[in-house]
Design a protein around this ligand. Sequence first.
Ligand code: GRF
Length: 204
Amino acid sequence: MQNSRIAVFASGQGSNFAALVAAQQAGKLGAGRIELLVSDKPEAPVAQRAEEAGVPALLLRPKDFASRELYEAEIVAELQRREIGLVVLAGYMRLISPVLLEPYTGRIINIHPSLLPAFPGKDAIGQALEYGVKLTGVTVHFVDGGMDTGPVIAQRSVAVEAVDTAETLAARIHHVEYGLYPEVVAAFAAGKVELDGRQVRIRD
Ligand code: GRF
């Protein structure tokens, strides 16, 4: 497996997918190459974005499979065929089972719109507004069997303003995501991300 061969998994808009593609085109992913988009929603806008960018796509409906394990086994076969070494979850709205986790331990990362461990799960931006925090942000972390529980790789904060709505706060958070995710992906592709238990170090 090569760290530089990347598959992005997404279920929705795909604005992070687009930011990663743009970063690659701008030479900001280092050795990183986006080789594949995987989506569980063939009709999602991200599939269109992949087509426009010329990125091959594996579009599968989980309900077409007898089990989650069989669905993921088909994905793993394609990842291995393409020698993918890094799985980048970008708005992929499904938990990952051991079928994918085991062969890719330490090689699956996710981006989450809060400073974990605060506000895991769905609607992290709404949760932060509801709670009334003054500071939230973005976390990139390794994926384990839990919901947003894996070791933290990088975090960046975003201030919550009194006038913020879910839309205005989301816009600033997304802007931060588009900068942070490509940086982490580039570091991983360069072999600079070291995982030791829950501790993650990015070498210079
Ligand atoms: C992002 O906010 C990301 O943090 C979360 O899902 C959202 C995906 O948005 N995991 P997009 O599909 O990349 O536009």
